[in-house]
Write a protein that binds this ligand. Structure first.
Ligand code: CMX
Length: 435
């Protein structure tokens, strides 16, 4: 057994008694109540999911295994001379809760390399799709096509013990994760670069190899590491994380779960918002003939969008009530690397005008920018201008968090998800407006 798997086994076995005790001795203790507003309103704020991989405080933002984004970026091992840590070291943290040594992070890297070869049939599936298929459709289908590789599905048929479910799930998760950068880059080069595919370079880390296969020079390797880390996890209630958890709760293997997770991420209110931000900014740019609008002009564009009944993409959040620290981390990157790019000027002006307008508009509970407000603009700067690809990048990152969660779900024996629904008649009865 590898060192990481050994460690994971000890961690999972050490944790199990806590979960078992909570269910057995304290299962009836109430976490809160559910209102009619929450039942109709997308379960906002209902506390009914458990995860220890990340926690989202509305005012502080995300913590990964207890660490804020600046702490993660500072403490994790980095490639020699690099600004941002390796995805490998970050995944180790998500999985185990510990900051890895350089050697431990390297071991994850070695595991990925040993599992990275993408079967030819995956490329055949992508190639067989209509050229106008959305990159997220290609990504989801490519992942699902590998389901036959699932070790969990095989072991389950053979009759594995529930206590051991996490082990083949870990194997599947590592096998899948190791292949995602190449699949993502293949989709990009196939769809947008005339099929001029760049072979992987196994000497590079996860993020740098992705940048290499995309064909984008430094510092895109730094950006890729930062991007995958920032998009990895945002506790369990968001659509992509929840979908992954829900599908996996039926003991569907990770190929089913991650393909479904990608489908949820593809919605414009969720991961597709990064594409929508760029589309929106491009619209403004066209109307301005490329000139950067002043604040008054930009305010008019924002109001026009709101008055036509559309949302301002990249702003607002279901949980956060301040500027997303994932936005801030990308803003810091932008200030350092692309402060003079006119497209960054657009984002900067939006940051100045949108929060006040959303407050005045009076609907959005959170007027501040989220992770998607900045991310596409940085991609644009580095020449990745095909914005319908952006959510694939989000999907590679989000897989790190969702797969860590699924491994732990299996380790702690979480059951199949099955909340209860009620009818509108029942709600009216509870409300006292119908007898
Ligand atoms: N622009 C205009 N109106 C907005 C808004 C925005 N950016 N954000 C919220 N609102 C509106 C909602 O549409 C809702 O209107 P109705 O009452 O007419 O339905 C009202 O304000 C209340 O919404 P809320 O409680 O503040 O926000 P929700 O939890 O319902 O939705 C989110 C959260 C992110 C879907 C929403 O803020 C939004 O649509 N933002 C724009 C899209 C976006 O950036 N999504 C990415 C989020 C991050 C991610 O998951 O990737």
């Amino acid at each position: 057994m590898s060192a990481i798997k050994q460690k994971l086994q000890e961690k999972i076995e050490g944790w199990r008694p806590r979960t078992t005790r909570l269910v057995k001795e304290y299962g009836d203790v109430k976490l809160g109540e559910v209102s009619i507003g929450q039942a109709i309103g997308g379960m906002r704020g209902v506390k009914c999911l458990v995860t220890d991989i990340s926690y989202l405080d509305p005012f502080e933002g995300i913590r990964f295994r207890g660490y804020t984004i600046p702490e993660v970026l500072e403490k994790l091992p980095k490639p020699a001379g690099a600004e941002y840590p390796t995805v490998e070291s970050f995944f180790y943290l998500l999985l185990t809760g510990d900051i890895p040594t350089e050697k431990e992070a390297e071991e994850i890297g070695e595991e990925f390399k040993a599992r990275a070869k993408v079967p030819q049939y995956v490329f055949d599936v992508i190639n067989a799709m209509p050229p106008e298929a959305h990159p997220m459709v290609m990504f989801s289908a490519a992942i699902l096509s590998m389901e036959k590789e699932s070790i969990f599905a095989k072991k389950y048929k053979e009759g594995i013990s529930k206590m051991d479910y996490w082990d083949p799930t870990y194997e599947d998760a590592m096998n899948l994760l190791a292949k995602l950068p190449e699949i993502g880059a293949y989709i990009y080069r196939k769809k947008f670069k005339g099929g001029d595919i760049i072979a992987p370079d196994p000497s590079l880390d996860f993020g740098a190899n992705f940048a290499h296969m995309m064909g984008v020079p430094a510092p895109y390797d730094e950006l890729s590491r930062l991007y995958f880390i920032l998009h990895s996890d945002h506790e369990s209630g968001n659509v992509s994380a929840h979908t992954g958890h829900l599908v996996a709760s039926a003991l569907s293997d990770v190929y089913y779960a991650i393909s479904a997770m990608i489908d949820g991420l593809a919605g414009p209110l969720h991961g597709l918002a990064n594409e929508m931000v760029l589309r929106w900014i491009q619209g403004v740019m066209d109307k301005m003939g490329g000139k950067v609008p002043d604040e008054e002009e930009m305010k008019k564009f924002v109001w026009d969008t709101l008055n036509s009944g559309q949302v301002i993409p990249g702003y607002g959040h279901a949980v956060l009530r301040k500027t997303d620290p994932r936005y801030m981390a990308q803003r810091e990157f932008s200030l350092k690397h692309l402060a003079d790019d006119p497209i960054f000027a657009y984002v900067d002006i939006l940051y100045k005008v949108v929060p006040d307008i959303l407050r005045e508009h009076g609907k959005a509970k959170n007027p501040w920018p989220n992770v998607d407000a900045q991310s596409g603009v940085i991609q644009w700067h580095y020449g990745v201008r095909e914005y319908d690809f952006y959510t694939v990048l989000f999907g590679i990152g989000r897989s790190l968090g969702v797969l860590s969660n699924i491994i732990w779900d299996r380790g702690l024996g979480y059951p199949i998800e099955r909340p209860k629904s009620v009818t509108t008649d029942m709600l009216e009865e509870v409300a006292g407006i119908k007898k």
